[in-house]
Design a protein around this ligand. Sequence first.
Ligand SMILES: [Zn+2]
Length: 92
Amino acid sequence: MTEEVEEVKEEEETEEEEEKIEEEKKKKKGAEKKKKKRKGLFTHYKIEGDNVKRLLPFCERCGIGYFMADHSDRYTCGHCGFTRYKPTETEE
Ligand SMILES: [Zn+2]
């Protein structure tokens, strides 16, 4: 029986250590969150009924998943710097 008690004590100690590690991880995560402002990936999609529309084109170099930034006259890839000019609409 005494052995069992000892085992329980050991478990409690390791749990405390794990909690400390988790706390440190949380602190690190918080710092990373401040650096990384990664939000709004899904704003590039527009759901219309059952269809999901892409609002921005994918980069031709980087492939699917890399959205290009929408500028007034062109699209640019923030990943590789690829620029694709929009077809100019002739209104004149
Ligand atoms: Zn790219």
